[in-house]
Design a binder for this molecule. Structure first.
Ligand SMILES: [Zn+2]
Length: 455
């Protein structure tokens, strides 16, 4: 292992503290010293590799706590459920993992995957077979017979895509233990689902309190945390009270739900990059005004509760929801920080702290990564420019000059260009029906996708 000194950079240490000029000394994969002490120690180490970070920000690598590496930028659940192949989706995920590295992501939490094959990718990365960020992962997402957010597309029993229905308490216990046996770091639960005939009510809590507690008790007995997809107040409150360790989305909380989260300081990963992309760029992909307004509401309705949660000390973690075509791998992992700044009133330095120090919780490495300070593992990136003045700098891989994990520099060259794979994407004849009005009248905007059925 090469020891390294990174000098002449501006350091953002990930703790929320302001940037400062200085050097970082990395030895044996860990941060040995920061600032003047680093230079003094380095002077006595003649064989050191030197990285000149002039004009650059030196900061902890980003941690994305909501990224589905096996979904491969899917545009629909059908594609994930019915067109993915086990081995191939794992191989493609390893290709996509390199895009995350190039985007400065050194850690990710993959909540659920097709064939639960991200457990294999994680092990391959750990074993240096494949280069990618550190991974922590769930297996299949647990759902009730109601069918998660995809209703009838989900089989009543057995796996569909990334979902596993559990239809009674025995099955809950059996499946939680099975996932842990096969290597899940987390148990993922879809606490809310869409009931087709009640879809106008949005996602509803589809578990009883007893069932949610049973999941938590079974997992916790085996030292495994539980994370829940929760939209709406009831689900968030129940999940918090049942003992969930991490809550995704947590949109539309009421006072009780908010209080339940605050009392327990349960980290929230809102994963609103998806919505933000839709609001800002929906027009460019032919989305209707109605759908854009719906997504904007989900963002704005979260402002008050998320702002309070943050002020009350609830950790907000960053998650991109990459895996879907609206948030392609490598492009948007930094963007949740922009959501936190624009909508929830965080300063850029606070948002960076969320994406680094706080999100380390998502990969179970709190206190080990996510901060540039002596004793931490050297998961460090160097970025051209002043990141805290413009977070979007992180969106251009050309600005990311160095990415290291455990002090080892990663290959940031572009992967070879992909070609299509037969049967991999959901094919359609066209974006819209060729009615006579479309044929001879004024062209209509394409039908928007049914986004509410995704993730
Ligand atoms: Zn998701």
């Amino acid at each position: 292992m090469t020891d390294v000194i990174i000098s002449n950079g501006r350091i953002i240490d990930g703790s929320g503290a302001p940037a400062f000029e200085g050097s970082v000394l990395v030895q044996d994969g860990k941060i040995e010293a920061v600032g003047a002490v680093a230079d003094q120690k380095a002077a006595k180490l003649p064989g050191l590799k030197r990285i000149d970070a002039s004009g650059q920000t030196v900061m902890p690598g980003l941690i994305d706590t909501h990224c589905h590496l096996s979904f491969d930028d899917a545009g629909s659940n059908s594609e994930i459920f019915f067109q993915r192949r086990n081995g191939l989706s794992a191989l493609i995920a390893s290709y996509n993992a390199r895009k995350l590295l190039r985007a400065g992501v050194t850690g990710l939490l993959d909540p659920d995957s097709t064939f639960e094959n991200m457990i294999d990718l994680r092990d391959a990365i750990d074993a240096n077979i494949v280069e990618g960020p550190r991974m922590s992962c769930g297996a299949y997402a647990l759902i009730t017979g109601v069918g998660g957010t995809a209703g009838r597309l989900i089989a009543d029993e057995g796996v569909t895509g990334y979902y596993m229905p559990v239809n009674n308490k025995d099955e809950i216990v059996q499946e939680v233990r099975r996932q842990i046996k096969y290597g899940a770091d987390w148990i993922k639960v879809h606490v809310t689902g869409i009931i087709p005939r009640q879809a106008h009510k949005g996602e509803l809590c589809v578990w009883t309190m007893d069932e949610l507690k049973l999941i938590c008790d079974t997992a916790h007995d085996l030292h495994t945390p539980v994370m829940g997809h929760c939209r709406g107040a009831e689900a968030t409150k129940k999940a918090a009270e049942a003992g969930f360790d991490l809550i995704f989305h947590a949109t539309a909380m009421d006072d009780d739900a908010l209080q339940a989260v605050i009392d327990r300081k349960i980290p929230i990963a809102p994963a609103l990059t998806f919505q933000y992309n839709m609001v800002e760029f929906g027009k460019k992909i032919g989305t209707s005004d109605n759908l854009m307004a719906l997504f904007e509401r989900e963002l704005t309705e979260s402002i008050e509760t998320m702002t309070i949660a943050h002020k009350e000390g609830v950790p907000l973690l960053t998650g991109s929801e990459s895996g879907f075509s609206l948030v392609p791998y490598g492009d948007w992992h930094y963007r949740e920080m922009e959501v936190f700044v624009k909508y929830f009133g965080l300063s850029p330095l606070e948002a960076i702290q969320c994406a680094t120090q706080k999100s380390a919780f998502g990969i179970k490495m709190e206190g080990e990564v996510g901060v540039i300070a002596p004793g931490y593992r050297a998961d460090i990136i160097c970025v051209t420019g002043k990141v805290e003045e413009d977070l979007s700098i992180l969106g251009n891989p050309d600005n990311i000059t160095t990415v290291m994990i455990d002090g080892v520099e990663k290959d940031l060259s572009s992967p070879p260009k992909r070609k299509p794979i037969q049967g991999w994407r959901l094919a359609s004849i066209g974006k819209q029906k060729l009615t006579r009005e479309v044929a001879y009248g004024e062209a209509q905007a394409p039908e928007p996708p049914h986004i509410e059925e995704l993730h």
